[in-house]
Design a protein around this ligand. Structure first.
Ligand code: PRP
Length: 201
């Protein structure tokens, strides 16, 4: 690769495993990073930054990172204007509206880690519900009656079953995506193109 790229990926042992596997499959030499708590890795061909999922689009849009690998949910939630050239697949998951199994009646309050997406969904449906932004473990919020519904990601569905919940609507099918800073796309054309080509499923 001609010009060195900085790539932002979700940090943490579980989150970074798939992005690193993808980059290795693309032919990049990435050593075992599991023993390191460092968040910036200057590697042979690229620099890797480990950030929170939600922040990957921010690093890429502002340009501290040229590219990022992150779930479509966080790209949508960020509202950032980044180029998204590639669907990288990975474990299939979905964004769903979820309630207690068998629940009926009006939805007046919806909790989500994705407040922006939730507000959009509620407006599009013409629902008069408030959005309560929470940071995780949303299933509990419905179980204890804090909210009537949650908008959350579902992968295996196990968490729903174990908490007595059900999906009432699947809103988006999601997967991991490659995102690219719009200026880097122009300034580092051959390098970015090569990365896209190498990552293509
Ligand atoms: C996510 C999501 C669900 C769970 C879904 O939570 O918010 O709780 O995974 O997975 P499943 O369908 O395979 O059971 P995560 O583990 O990211 O933790 P969080 O609730 O703290 O955000």
């Amino acid at each position: 690769m001609k010009r060195r790229l900085t790539i932002a990926i979700p940090g943490g042992e579980r989150s970074k495993a798939y992005p690193i596997e993808l980059l290795r499959r693309a032919g990049l030499h990435i050593p075992d990073l599991s023993g390191s708590r460092s968040l910036k890795h200057e590697l042979e061909e690229v620099t890797l930054l480990e950030v929170k999922d939600a922040d990957v689009p921010v690093y890429v849009d502002i340009g501290v990172a040229d590219c990022g690998i992150v779930g479509k949910d966080w790209i949508m939630e960020s509202g950032r204007d980044v180029y998204e050239p590639l669907d990288l697949g990975g474990p299939a998951y979905r964004l769903s509206l979820i309630r207690l199994r068998g629940a009926t009646g009006r939805i007046e309050r919806v909790a989500s880690k994705y407040a922006r997406i939730a507000r959009g969904v509620i407006a599009a449906k013409g629902m008069a519900a408030d959005v309560l932004p929470l940071n995780g473990k949303l299933e509990l919020a419905v179980t204890v009656g804090l909210v009537d519904a949650i908008l959350d990601v579902v992968q295996t569905g196990r968490t729903l079953v174990d908490n007595g919940l059900e999906e009432i609507e699947v809103l988006h099918k999601l997967s991991m995506r490659l995102i690219v800073n719009r200026a880097a796309l122009k300034l580092k054309v051959p390098t970015v193109r090569e990365l896209i080509h190498r990552l293509e499923p």
